[in-house]
Design a protein around this ligand. Structure first.
Ligand code: SF4
Length: 326
């Protein structure tokens, strides 16, 4: 399956199936905290990357065959920017016809200012837009957007969504130590959220290898400062301990590639995730995939992670140094 992934245990949404309508790293931002590595080419015009009927066909198959005991949400989340998929409205309508499982949409929020992008997603049960900074300088420093995006458009898009949307609005803030976890940055965000009144504010922490090696999660003090300034609607989303994926891939190679295209993973995590194959099989496959040039190793926080060879992460040299972003 190309577009459907899971089930995955999510701290925000419970037991979920992810539906990904865009190609790997099709995005109009190049966030310093991106778990997919650097964005090589920023794209800003939505496209019909795959027919909605094909994506829904995969979802139908997954719902029928994965033996899911309990599914809390279906999550429309691209391995890039979700709303760069031009037929999101049709996709949502088809998913709603297929199942009663609540549908969540994760987006960086950059295109919400466009009526033709925002209106088709109003039927979703939950929308989770990003909002990491409350002024232009910090927005550009953290999210490094396509030139057609701006902080003012980001804010206006979120305001329009709030006015028109009757579902749950959960805004996501990725906290970065020394960048947007300062008192000043958080008070600026507080002023915006007082105006928007999201139902929840989810404070996320970079915990895996991200695009820029200097990015660090806030200290405990920084997290407490954020919760105290952003108030009762805010909650800290701690990383989930290991994903529980259904090992329904045709081969161990495809399983590994699909898993690391979500975010870099350690060998141990991959072993824990791909439980269908005998012990040792994942290790052999990792070696083969690296030899064929499909995977590479990166090192962060003293730990070795595997990622897609084409991802924009700095590679690991034999002695462990980083060699620059591709
Ligand atoms: S974190 Fe999301 S919005 Fe930012 S660059 Fe990565 S895919 Fe794009």
């Amino acid at each position: 399956m190309k577009h459907v992934f899971g089930p995955v245990l999510s701290r925000q949404l419970g037991n979920i199936l992810k539906v990904d309508p865009v190609p790997y790293k099709a995005c109009n931002w190049d966030c310093v905290y991106c778990q997919l590595g650097a964005t090589r080419v920023l794209v800003d015009e939505p496209r019909e990357y795959s027919p909605a009927r094909d994506i829904v066909g995969e979802l139908e198959f997954a719902l029928a065959h994965l033996g899911l005991e309990k599914l809390d949400h279906i999550v429309l989340e691209g391995s890039g920017e979700t709303l760069l998929y031009a037929d999101t409205g049709e996709l949502i309508q088809k998913i709603k016809l297929l199942t009663d499982v609540p549908l969540a949409v994760v987006t960086n929020g950059s295109l919400l200012i466009r009526d033709e992008v925002r209106r088709p997603i109003l039927d979703a049960d939950i929308i989770l837009p990003s909002f990491d900074a409350a002024h232009t300088e910090l927005f550009e420093r953290i999210n490094r957007p396509h030139f057609s995006c701006s902080y003012n458009k980001q804010l206006e898009g979120l305001c329009l969504l709030r006015e028109e949307y009757g579902g749950k609005l959960w805004v996501e803030v990725m906290l970065i130590r020394g960048v947007n976890d300062t008192e000043e940055a958080l008070k600026d965000l507080e002023a915006i959220f007082e105006m928007i009144e999201p139902d929840e504010i989810h404070l996320k922490l970079p915990h895996r290898p991200v695009s820029e090696a200097w990015v660090r999660p806030p200290t405990e003090e920084g997290i407490m400062r954020a919760v105290s300034i952003l108030g009762h609607a805010s909650k800290v989303i701690h990383p989930t301990e290991g994903e529980k994926l259904c090992s329904s891939f045709e081969s161990v190679d495809r399983g590994i590639l699909k898993a690391v295209r979500r975010h870099p993973m350690t060998h141990v995590e991959l072993d824990r995730t791909l439980t269908r194959w005998a012990p040792g099989t994942v290790g052999t496959a990792l070696y083969d995939l690296e030899k064929r040039g499909e995977l590479k190793e990166i090192e962060r926080y003293g730990t070795t992670f595997w990622c897609d060879a084409n991802s924009g992460f700095a590679e690991k040299r034999a002695h462990g140094d980083l060699v620059g972003v591709l």
